[in-house]
Design a protein around this ligand. Sequence first.
Ligand SMILES: *Cc1c(COP(=O)(O)O)cnc(C)c1O
Length: 326
Amino acid sequence: MSTTAATSAEISHPSQLPAVDKVLLAAEMQPLREAYGLDACTKAARTVLTHLRQQLLGSADQPGQPVQADLTSIVQSAQRLLQARFAPRLQPVLNLTGTVLHTNLGRALLPQAAIDAVVQAMSSPANLEYDLQDGSRGDRDDLVESLICELTGAEAATVVNNNAAAVLLVLSTMAMGKEVIVSRGELVEIGGAFRIPDVMTRAGAKLIEVGTTNRTHEKDYAGAISEHTGALMKVHCSNYAITGFTKAVSDADVAGIAHDHQLPMIVDLGSGTLIDMRDWGLPYEVTVRETVESGADIVTFSGDKLLGGPQAGIIVGKKELIAQIK
Ligand SMILES: *Cc1c(COP(=O)(O)O)cnc(C)c1O
C-alpha cells in the first residue's frame, strides 16, 4: 500500500471527521475494496468512524477526548477490521491436552492419499450419484457399502449425517412405539447434545432401564423382555468409565438373549474403530468387526471421531434391517 506522508491531525469535534465516502475514495482504500468488496469496506469504515465519534463525544461516565486521526490512520484501522473479519475461522492449534484425539480440537488426521482424494473429489464433477455403467441415477451408498462391509464383516451398510442421526434413525425404524432395553450404566450423555434417553424419546421408543449403575446381569435383560419389546441395545460409554465392583453383560450374551426371543440387538459404538488399537500400543477397544461377529444385528458408529472423515454416521448390520433403515 502507498504510504502517503501522514499529517496525523488532532481532531476535537466529530464534524472534523471525514465522511464515509471520502474514506472509501482514499487511494489506500482501493486495494482493500478490490480484496474485500465495497460492502465490507463501507461497513468497516463506518465502524471506525463511529468508534472515533464515540471517543470524541464521550459517554455518561467518560468525558469526550480529542483523537489523533487522518484518512491514512482511518483506512489502516479499517484494514485491521477487514483482515480480522476475513481471517479463516478454523485455525491450527497445538493439542497439549494430553487427550490424543480431542474432538473439540478437530478429528483424527487423514493420510495424504485421502486428503488428495478429497481435493480431487471437490475439484471436479464426479459420479457421486450416477451409475456410469448403466448410464442412470445411482445411489451414493454403492460407492462405499462394499468397502465398509469388507472392513467390518457386516452384510450391509449405509451412511447418514452423524452417529447421533444414525442412532435416532435406527431406533425410529426398529423400535417406534416399542420398548428398548438398555443397561442403567450405559445411559450416556455425549458432548451435552446427545443423551440416550432423549434420543429414545425422539425416536418414539420407550426406554426400559435395567440393572444398576455399576452392575447389570443377564437376568436383568431377560427379565425385562415382554411382548412390547422392540430391541435390546448396548451403548459404548465413550467418555466415562465405571470401575471397581462392576459387571456388564457382553455383546455376545446380550445378542444371545435377544435372539432367543426373536428380537434384534443394537449397538451404538460411539467412535468405533476398524483396527485393533493394541497394534499401536494403545489400550484395547472393541472393533466394529468384533461387535458384528458377537451377533449384533445393527451397529452404529461415527465417521468423524477416530475415523477422521467428514461428519458422518455409519450404520452396519443385517441386510434386511439396513434396507428398512435406508
Ligand atoms: C459420539 C457419540 C455419539 C454421537 O456421534 P456423532 O457422530 O458425534 O453424532 C453417539 N453415541 C456415542 C456412544 C458416542 O460416543
